[in-house]
Design a protein around this ligand. Structure first.
Ligand SMILES: O=C(CO)[C@H](O)[C@H](O)COP(=O)(O)O
Length: 249
């Protein structure tokens, strides 16, 4: 898809994020439709300005796209550490907590974000929520013991009084969605997640869970693009400063 056909809100967010890229940076490239727009904007800038970058991709799809546009993609281990990762999200709350994994790539996305000095999230206004959970929470699980893991997740939801919601295997047509790491996805249809920290802890404690899509305390800056081409930025530093001010009151 050409950039001229890109959704204006996604394009605005992507342009603002790519403006943060400096020559010589080691960059993490996210996955999804917004991240794809960002990869295209980035490739344009690299071609125009001759920037020298080292990029690690969060999925095979992003690696293929980036390489097709002339960006050099290396393995995360070869690069070692990243200055910044730019990625999309399915939901962003006022604490910059995220739900990710709508593209089934949240495992690699979390590994890459955790190896970055800075995680920048780009999104359109539809992704901004007061409380996470309207978007079904993706959980990557092992194929081994799949039904047992689903049972353990249901038990954990009950213990947190989040029980009685659908825990559905993600399918494409009638086939199971299989992640880049060869695992399966369960989508937790919760409606609302009042305590994301408790849910994250509970899910991480289940052995068959490889990784859940809650990104808590990882996002440093959210750039929300608007249809008119403007952006709104929410930085973690501002939130921390607000919290400190409230604690001091
Ligand atoms: O987490 C992701 C992939 O695993 C994506 O970043 C998320 O699903 C947002 O995608 P899009 O920009 O297409 O709405």
């Amino acid at each position: 898809m050409a950039l001229t056909q890109a959704d204006p809100a996604k394009l605005a967010a992507a342009r603002a994020a790519v403006a943060l890229v400096e020559d010589g940076m080691r960059l993490g490239l996210g996955t999804g439709s917004t991240a794809s727009v960002m990869v295209r904007v980035l490739a344009e800038r690299v071609a125009a300005e001759g920037l020298s970058l080292r990029c690690a991709a969060t999925s095979k799809a992003t690696a293929d796209l980036a390489q097709s546009l002339g960006l050099a993609v290396e393995s995360l281990d070869d690069i070692g550490w990243l200055d910044m990762t730019i990625d999309g999200a399915d939901e962003v709350d006022p604490h910059l907590h995220l739900i990710k994994g709508g593209g089934a790539a949240h495992l690699r996305e979390k590994v890459v974000a955790a190896a970055s000095d800075r995680m920048v999230v780009i999104a359109d206004p539809g992704k901004v929520v007061e409380v996470l959970g309207a978007f079904p929470l993706p959980v990557e699980v092992l194929e081994f013991g799949f039904e047992t893991t689903r049972k353990l997740i249901r038990r954990a939801l009950e213990a947190l009084e989040l029980g009685d919601h659908d825990v559905l295997q993600r399918l494409r047509g009638s086939d199971a969605v299989v992640t880049d790491e060869g695992n399966l996805i369960l989508d937790l249809h919760l409606g609302a997640i009042p305590d994301p920290v408790a849910l994250a802890r509970a899910l991480s404690g289940i052995p068959g869970v490889v990784e859940h899509g809650l990104f808590l305390g990882m996002c440093d800056l959210a750039i929300i693009g608007r249809e008119d081409g403007s952006v709104v930025e929410l930085a973690r530093d501002d939130i921390d400063a607000d919290m400190l001010a409230q604690e001091g009151e």
